[in-house]
Structures are given as C-alpha cells and as structure tokens.
Write a protein that binds this ligand. Structure first.
Ligand SMILES: Cc1cc2nc3c(=O)[nH]c(=O)nc-3n(C[C@H](O)[C@H](O)[C@H](O)COP(=O)(O)OP(=O)(O)OC[C@H]3O[C@@H](n4cnc5c(N)ncnc54)[C@H](O)[C@@H]3O)c2cc1C
Length: 259
C-alpha cells in the first residue's frame, strides 16, 4: 500500500494576518504543518500499520521550508519530498494541483493520496479535487471514517460527514481522499521520531525534475485588505438579583433590536 500525504506549511494558527502593501503577511510567525493535514498524516499511518507499505509526504513550498515536513516525518512517515521552484512564487491552486499531481506520478505506484480538508492560511479547499481531476482519479471528500481499505481488490469504503448526516461511499483505488478531524486524533511524535526527522534527507524537486507541463497561474490576488475596524463598547450590567440583571439585559437586547 503506497500512500502519499500532501501537506502544506502554514503560519501558526495563533499568528495574526495583516495586510501590508496590498499583500497578506504573517510577520515572523512560526511555520507549522497545516493543522488539518495532521489528520491526513494520522490516517495514512493507521492504514500503513494495517496494510504495510510506505507513507510519502509531498509539500510544495519555499526552499528550506521543511519544518512541516519534519513534523510529519517525526510522526512516523517513511520519506518526504519538497517541491520548490522560484517559478511557483505566484502559484494559484490550479498550478499547485498540477505540481502535486506530477509529484504523485513521480513517486509512482501510489494507491491513495490523502489531503487535509483545507489550508488555514488560504482556506480555499480546492487543491485536492483539482489534483484528483488532473490525475483522473476519484475524490472522496470530508471523510470521517475509513471503513475498509482493500489493497488486493483495490477498493476503499469510507464514511463522509456532511451536515445532513453520514454517507457511506465506495470507490476504486487509486483515489484522492480529504479527511475531516473526526477521523482520528493525530499522534504526538516520538522522541526517536523527532531525532530521525532532524537527520532526515529531504530531497528537493524543481519543476524541471517533475518533467511535466505546469501551466501558468490564472488567478491573481492583486490586493489583500484588513477588515474594517469595528467600534466595540463593553457594558457590565449589575443589579440586586439575577432576575433584575436578566430583565435589564433582556430590555437592552430588545432595545438594540438584536431579537
Ligand atoms: C501570501 C500568499 C499569496 C497568495 N497569492 C495568490 C494569488 O495571487 N493567486 C492565487 O490564486 N492564490 C494565491 N495564494 C494561494 C495559494 O496559491 C494557495 O496556497 C494554493 O492555491 C492552495 O490553496 P489553499 O492554500 O487554499 O489550499 P486548500 O485547497 O485549502 O488545501 C487543501 C489541502 O491541499 C493540500 N495542499 C494545499 N497546498 C499545498 C501545498 N503547497 N503543498 C502540499 N499540499 C498542499 C493540503 O493537504 C491542504 O490541506 C496565495 C497564498 C499566500 C499565502
């Protein structure tokens, strides 16, 4: 069973984004593995424990941006590749999907490509279906349970969590799967895993190494602006009894036409 997990390195979720010169900036925020991708890594490792094989990490990002990859290796993944090329500086999600599809093909014999449900910095949630389309593979999105994975038959059966309930879906492999956080709690890296990851050799592939036609970006972000500053005033409601405080609060809510 050969599984690829696509992970994105993103600014720490506690970082504040500010618009500077029309562009988004997270300042000196530490870079981490996209939190949703940790669930994809955990899913891959659980399937590897059940069926054997390799778990390969692929990330597209700036050269040297290997902290997220090292976190995934420390969790127990077998190997990792970073795709980095100056040509990707203005990449849109279609370009990233073409790059990921080419990298998955270069890894070779992949049965399953796992993704997080979205990246917390750009939040588009489109990269996985675009990658599946380029590969010509089916995509199973928002998977909360892998019910059966059968490498011999080349099939997968999953549950999808959707607002209306749960849906059981079967598909042929190879397939692209995006996972939700119900799937499994990501494991903590072991001490041995952290040491191994620190020494790991992470090959860097350029676009030329992928030997694929990567299109030019079509979508531009010409401007990013901060949301308007909201005036907020606080008022502490006091009274002699809970009933009196509740009555005053209710009057204010009705007076402000909140209800
Ligand atoms: C500062 C900045 C400027 C940008 N400028 C533009 C622009 O001008 N035009 C434009 O269209 N987009 C722009 N982007 C968006 C950028 O191209 C997106 O990162 C890319 O389109 C992927 O979309 P997403 O991050 O929303 O991922 P999603 O589609 O939300 O990600 C879903 C999943 O795909 C995988 N994934 C996503 N990205 C990667 C990756 N790099 N490597 C490996 N796996 C990945 C992960 O598993 C992730 O959980 C910009 C982003 C930033 C941070």
């Amino acid at each position: 069973m050969n599984i690829v997990v696509c992970i994105k390195q993103v600014p720490d979720s506690a970082a504040t984004v500010v618009a500077e010169g029309g562009q988004a900036s997270w300042g000196d925020a530490p870079l981490v593995m996209n939190p949703w991708d940790e669930y994809a890594v955990e899913t891959a490792l659980l399937q590897q424990e059940a069926h054997g094989g390799d778990v390969t990490i692929i990330s597209v990002g700036a050269e040297g941006a290997t902290e997220a990859i090292k976190s995934a290796l420390a969790m127990g993944c077998s190997q990792a590749y970073l795709v980095s090329d100056p040509e990707l500086a203005a990449a849109d999600s279609r370009v990233i999907a073409h790059v990921l599809a080419a990298a998955i093909k270069k890894v070779g014999d992949v049965d399953l490509a796992l993704f997080g449900k979205q990246a917390i910095d750009s939040d588009m949630g489109v990269t996985a279906p675009q990658t599946a389309r380029i590969l010509g593979w089916p995509v199973l999105s928002l998977v909360s349970v892998v019910q059966e994975l059968n490498p011999e038959d080349g099939t997968i059966k999953v549950e999808r969590s959707i607002e209306e309930g749960r849906q059981v879906v079967e598909s042929q492999l190879p397939a692209v799967v995006t996972v939700s956080k119900d799937i499994a709690d990501p494991r903590y890296p072991s001490f041995m895993g952290i040491r191994k990851a620190a020494r790991a050799d992470i090959p860097v592939w350029t676009l030329a190494d992928l030997e694929a036609d990567i299109p030019a970006p079509l979508v531009r972000w010409p401007e990013v602006v901060n949301p308007p500053v909201r005036e907020i005033t606080n008022e502490i409601i006091s009274g002699d009894s809970p009933d009196e405080i509740a009555e005053t609060l209710a009057d204010k809510i009705i007076g402000e036409k909140v209800l």
